[in-house]
Design a protein around this ligand. Structure first.
Ligand code: AMP
Length: 284
């Protein structure tokens, strides 16, 4: 265990379990905030909220190779451990789990978790490998740490529901806590991938949230989903986005919406701006 930034940093599941066992002996609650590093205020808000809940908070920092397809940005994904450790310490985190790939996926690793239900459609239509990788690594992190609570951002709304489904189905004894999306002052959802945007793209990027906000208003004003989504698609096209999907779904199940007015609703979008793929979502 090293202690850069005054924070214990453990790199193996065995060390993580020893750390958590010591807290348990002191009757302390444990929270987990899984991340891929390149931390921003979205992540540090989750860490702060987890600490404010009264738990000892482990932040995991692991760029998970199994959720990237060949040709995606696994190799170039931003990594800066020293900066991450300083941010975790400042946010009130208590320890960091930063394993090597070989610790999470030892030689011969041959297991994966496949989630249906909320994992079907949306992201899966464009990144079919994605939730299998996410579910597998999150299950491994939860089993390694066995936290009382684990914190996930609504920024990745489909992921949050996939994790909730998996934890319920596998009876993992952890409460999954969702946290509202943290945004830049201009509305852009914070994301490690925003660093890829050119200044011109960065100026256009907040349109994504604006389009969601006006679509939500349109639905609340009784416009039909079809006309609202058509207008949203047009607005994104005109702004220079290539839209993967813009959809209105049941907020609890992500099933397509049968009857506006009787279900909780969520708008979800994924769109590419140049080489950068952005996602966002909004409650209606
Ligand atoms: P990532 O490092 O992108 O895998 O994200 C780690 C966790 O932080 C996930 O639960 C994300 O949903 C959450 N997160 C990322 N960006 C934000 C944001 N802007 N607001 C709230 N949570 C976020």
């Amino acid at each position: 265990m090293s202690t850069a930034s005054g924070l214990p940093v453990v790199r193996t599941v065995r060390e993580l379990r020893l750390l958590v066992a010591a807290w348990r002996r002191d009757d302390l609650g444990v929270g987990l905030v899984p991340t891929m590093g390149a931390l921003h205020a979205g992540h540090t808000t989750l860490i702060g909220a987890a600490a404010a809940a009264g738990d000892r908070v482990v932040t995991s920092v692991f760029v998970n190779p199994t959720q990237f397809a060949p040709g995606e940005d696994f190799k170039t994904y931003p990594r800066d451990e020293a900066a991450d450790l300083a941010k975790i310490a400042a946010a009130g985190g208590h320890a960091v789990f930063a394993p090597e790939v070989g610790e999470m996926y030892p030689e011969g690793f041959a297991t994966a978790i496949a989630v249906g239900g909320p994992a079907e459609g949306l992201e899966t239509d464009f990144r079919p490998h994605f939730f299998r990788g996410v579910a597998t690594v999150v299950a491994k992190l939860l089993i390694a740490c066995l936290p009382d609570r684990a914190w996930f951002g609504e920024k990745d709304y489909q992921q949050l529901l996939v994790v909730r489904r998996m934890v319920a189905d596998l009876a993992i004894p952890t409460e999954i806590v969702g946290h509202a999306t943290i945004r830049e002052p201009d509305g852009l959802a914070m994301s490690s991938r925003n660093a890829y945007l050119s200044p011109e793209e960065r100026a256009v990027a907040p349109r994504l949230h604006q389009v969601l906000a006006s679509a939500a208003e349109g639905i609340r004003a009784q416009l039909t989903p079809a006309e609202v989504l058509l207008a949203g698609n047009r607005a994104l096209d005109e702004a220079g986005f290539k839209v993967d999907y813009l959809e209105l779904r049941n907020a609890r199940t992500l099933a397509p919406v049968a009857d506006v007015g009787s279900e909780p609703l969520r708008l979800l979008v994924a769109a590419r701006l140049g080489k950068t793929r952005l996602i966002d979502n909004l409650a209606v």
